[in-house]
Design a protein around this ligand. Structure first.
Ligand code: 5GP
Ligand code: ZN
Length: 103
């Protein structure tokens, strides 16, 4: 989608610090970390939030990536968060899962 920062990062139009990647999902470090570790797990395809995703395989891949990337980095204690919609605190309207850890 045009003018979407996470689509631009997925397309390589904007550089970012990639942590991990699968066929349909990528992981970057948050540009303004709110914890010692703050990563974003993002589908390469544009969905504005969780309500737009009916693809159960993608939902499974997203959570699987959460498990894989935390294991890879050695995090055992962490918080997972998705903001859906403006009133819930969403600022970037391309679905993403926050992983936050102070371990
Ligand atoms: P939201 O409030 O939408 O759930 O979270 C958006 C997150 O994206 C914020 O934590 C913000 O710091 C992060 N963010 C916004 N723009 C960029 C960017 O260009 N690169 C990276 N790596 N993170 C971004
Ligand atoms: Zn997008």
């Amino acid at each position: 989608m045009e003018d979407c920062i996470f689509c631009k990062i997925a397309n390589g139009e904007i550089p970012s610090s990639y942590v991990y990647e699968t066929e349909n999902v990528y992981v970057i470090n948050d540009i303004a970390p709110k914890a010692k570790h703050h990563m974003l797990v993002i589908p390469k395809k544009h969905y504005k939030d969780l309500t737009e995703v009916d693809n159960v395989a993608l939902l499974a891949e997203l959570m699987s990536v959460v498990k894989e990337v935390t294991k890879k980095i050695g995090l055992k204690e962490y918080r997972v968060m998705i903001n859906n919609g403006k009133s819930a605190g969403q600022e970037v309207f391309h679905l993403h899962i926050h992983i936050l850890a102070n371990q």
